[in-house]
Design a protein around this ligand. Structure first.
Ligand code: ADP
Ligand code: MG
Length: 580
C-alpha cells in the first residue's frame, strides 16, 4: 500500500514539473515574438518631409525594400486579392458545394465545408486577403452561419466594382452607390421576411431551419437527427422569456468510434472516466455526490518519516489501523448521505475493494476542470479537507450512469439532470477525428441558427431566393437615383445575383439560364420565394422545399460584405514589403 501511495505522489510531482517547463518555454517564445513585432513596426514607418520650396514629399524608410502602389493601381491590386479569396470559397457554397481539405503545418488534416474554417486554416499573407478572412470571421462571430456566402458576396461586389472603375467611375462614387444599394436590400429583406411561429412543444419549424444549414455540410446524411439534437439542446438552455440563449451551456464532445447516427444529446455533463471498480453499480439514481480534492485513503508515511516494524504484531496493528482509518472515512461519507464519491486523487486496490464492499461507488482521477464543472452543475461544493464534508456540500444529480462503447474497454460517465444547471452536452460519434471535428463545426452552425431564431423570429427564404428578390428591388431602386451612383447600384444588384448563380453552378446547373428563369418567375408572379432547386427536388419554390435562413443572418451578410468592399475601395495607397 505504501509503495502505491508513494508512486502517486511522485507521479503528481513529475506532472507539475513538466507543466512548469512548458510555461517557461512559452514565455520565451512570446518574448522573441514581441521583438520581431517591434522590428516590423519600425520598418513600416513612413515620413512626410518638405523641401526648401515647401513642397511636401514622402520618405519611405528602407525604400529599396518597399513597393508602393497608388491610385487606381492600388485599388485594382486589392480587388484582385479579394476576388482570389472569394473564388476559393465559391465552389463550397450550397448543398452541393465542395469540401476543402487543408493540411496544417504539422501535417494535421482538416476537411471542411465551413467558410470561416477554410479561411482560418489557410495561410494568407496578403493584407486585403486577410480582410476577407476577417469578414468571414465576423459573420461567424455574430451569426454563426453564412460564412461562405458573405465572402462570395464580397467577391462579387469587388468584381462589379472593378468594372465600374474601368468605366472611369470614381471609387468613392462606387462606394457610395454600394452603401445606398445595401440599405435598399436590407430594407427589402425586412419586407419579404416572414414571422416564424414556434414554441417549446412545437419546434418542428426550428428543426427545418437547422436542416437547411446542415444540408450543405458533409454531415447532411444525418441532418434530421442532428438538427433535432441542436434544437433540443438550444431549447434546453434557452431563456424564452428574455429571448436569450447562452451557448456556453452547450458543450460539444466527441469520441472516435461508432456511427454519426449514434450522436446523442445528454441532459447533463459527460466525464471521460469510469467507476473505480467493475462490480460497482453502473447506474445511480438520485445521486448525492461527494466531490473530493483531498486524498481518499489512509495517510501514507512519507519518505522522511521512519516507521520501525520489527515484529509481525506491529505490522498487523499498522495494517489494521490503516484499514480502520479508511473504514471510518467511508462511514463518514455514508453518514452525510453520499451515494457516489468523485475524487481528484486515486486510492489503492485495497481501498477500492473496500468501497465496493461497503457499497459506495467511486470515481477516481478526475481532472480539476471536470471536477469544477461537476460541482457547478450539481450544485455541490468541492471538499478540500475530508473533515469538512457535510451534507450541504453534496452535489445532486437525477441520474449518474456509466456507459461502455463498442468492444473496447472505453467507458464514460454520464451525469444527467443535474440540480443546479441546465447545461447539456452533445456527444458526437464518428468514424474518424476529421469527421468529428467537422460535425462539431456543423452543429455549431445549427446551434447558432436556432439561437438566432429564438432571438428574432423572422426568416427569409434560402437557395438564393432572398438574393434574387433583393437584386430585383435594388435594380428597381436604381432608377430613382439620377447621379453616377446609379451605375454602382445596378452593379450591386448584379453582384447579388452571384449567390444564386454560384448555387446553380455548384449543383451542376446552367448558371445563367437557371438564374434568368427563376428571376423572371419571381418578377412575373411577384413572389420572393423562388430560388435555385439545388437538390433537384422538382420545384424551385423554397417554401415547399423548406429552405429558410434567418433574416438577421442574411442582413448581416449584406451589411458586412458591403462594409469590407467599401473599405477596400477607399484604399488608394499601399506600401508593403516588396517580397510580397
Ligand atoms: P454558408 O457558410 O454561407 O452558410 P453553405 O455552404 O451553408 O454556406 O451554403 C448556404 C447556401 O445554400 C444558402 O444560400 C442556402 O440558402 C443554400 N441552401 C442550403 N440548402 C439548400 C437547399 N436544400 N436548396 C437550395 N439551396 C440551399
Ligand atoms: Mg451554412
Amino acid at each position: 500500500a505504501d509503495l502505491l501511495g508513494f508512486s502517486h505522489s511522485n507521479h503528481f510531482r513529475s506532472e507539475t514539473h513538466s507543466s512548469f517547463f512548458l510555461a517557461v518555454r512559452e514565455k520565451k517564445k512570446t518574448r522573441s515574438e514581441l521583438g520581431s513585432d517591434r522590428g516590423k513596426f519600425e520598418a513600416r514607418k513612413m515620413a512626410l518631409a518638405f523641401d526648401e520650396f515647401g513642397r511636401p514629399f514622402i520618405i519611405l524608410r528602407e525604400q529599396d525594400q518597399k513597393t508602393r502602389l497608388r491610385g487606381i493601381d492600388a485599388q485594382k491590386a486589392n480587388i484582385a486579392a479579394g476576388k482570389a479569396v472569394a473564388r476559393i470559397l465559391r465552389s463550397s457554397l450550397g448543398p452541393k458545394g465542395m469540401d476543402k481539405m487543408l493540411q496544417g503545418p504539422d501535417g494535421d488534416v482538416t476537411i471542411t465545408n465551413d467558410g470561416a474554417t477554410i479561411l482560418e486554416q489557410m495561410d494568407v499573407d496578403n493584407q486585403i486577403a486577410k480582410l476577407m478572412v476577417e469578414l468571414s470571421r465576423s459573420q461567424d462571430y455574430e451569426i454563426g452561419d453564412g460564412t461562405t456566402g458573405v465572402v462570395v458576396m464580397a467577391g462579387a461586389l469587388l468584381e462589379q466594382a472593378e468594372r465600374q472603375l474601368d468605366r472611369g467611375i470614381h471609387p468613392i462614387r462606387v462606394a457610395e452607390g454600394y452603401e445606398m444599394a445595401s440599405r435598399v436590400a436590407v430594407e427589402h429583406l425586412e419586407r419579404i421576411s416572414q414571422k416564424f411561429e414556434f414554441d417549446v412543444n412545437n419546434f418542428e419549424p426550428l428543426v427545418q431551419t437547422c436542416m437547411t444549414t446542415l444540408s450543405s455540410k458533409i454531415v447532411n446524411r444525418c441532418k434530421r437527427s442532428l438538427a433535432e439534437i441542436a434544437v433540443k439542446a438550444v431549447l434546453a438552455v434557452a431563456d424564452l422569456e428574455r429571448r436569450d440563449v447562452n451557448l456556453d451551456l452547450i458543450k460539444i464532445e466527441g469520441k472516435v468510434g461508432g456511427n454519426l447516427e449514434d450522436t446523442e444529446l445528454i441532459y447533463g455533463i459527460l466525464v471521460d472516466k469510469d467507476m473505480s471498480h467493475p462490480q460497482m453499480p453502473k447506474q445511480i439514481e438520485d445521486a448525492h455526490i461527494a466531490i473530493l480534492t483531498c486524498p481518499f485513503e489512509p495517510p501514507k508515511p512519507k519518505t522522511k518519516h521512519k516507521v520501525d516494524i520489527d515484529t509481525v504484531e506491529k505490522f498487523e496493528t499498522l495494517r489494521k489501523q490503516e484499514q480502520q482509518y479508511f473504514d471510518e472515512m467511508v462511514q463518514k461519507c455514508k453518514d452525510v448521505g453520499a451515494t457516489l464519491v468523485i475524487c481528484q486523487w486515486g486510492f489503492d486496490d485495497e481501498a477500492n475493494h473496500l468501497l465496493m464492499h461497503r457499497n459506495l461507488p467511486a470515481v477516481r482521477w478526475v481532472g480539476g476542470v471536470e471536477l469544477e464543472l461537476i460541482a457547478i452543475a450539481t450544485g455541490g461544493r468541492i471538499v478540500p479537507r475530508f473533515q469538512e464534508l457535510t451534507p450541504e456540500k453534496l452535489g445532486k444529480a437525477g441520474m449518474v450512469r456509466e456507459k461502455s462503447f463498442g468492444t473496447t474497454k472505453e467507458r464514460m460517465l454520464y451525469i444527467e439532470h443535474c440540480a443546479n444547471s441546465k447545461a447539456v452536452t452533445i456527444f458526437i460519434r464518428g468514424g474518424n477525428k476529421m469527421m468529428i471535428d467537422e460535425t462539431k463545426r456543423s452543429i455549431h452552425d445549427a446551434l447558432c441558427v436556432a439561437r438566432n431564431l429564438i432571438r428574432n423570429k423572422s426568416i427569409v427564404y434560402g437557395g438564393g431566393a432572398a438574393e434574387i428578390a433583393c437584386s430585383l428591388a435594388v435594380d428597381a431602386a436604381a432608377d430613382k437615383y439620377p447621379g453616377v451612383e446609379q451605375y454602382a447600384i445596378r452593379a450591386f444588384a448584379e453582384a447579388l445575383d452571384s449567390v444564386p448563380m454560384a448555387l446553380a453552378e455548384n449543383s451542376g446547373l446552367q448558371p445563367i439560364e437557371t438564374l434568368s428563369a427563376v428571376k423572371s418567375q419571381q418578377l412575373k408572379e411577384n413572389i420572393p420565394f423562388y430560388g435555385i432547386d439545388c437538390n433537384d427536388v422538382g420545384t424551385n419554390d423554397m417554401r415547399e422545399q423548406n429552405v429558410f435562413e434567418t433574416l438577421i443572418g442574411k442582413q448581416q451578410q449584406i451589411l458586412l460584405a458591403t462594409q469590407v468592399v467599401k473599405m477596400i475601395l477607399k484604399i488608394d495607397d499601399v506600401i508593403s514589403n516588396s517580397e510580397y
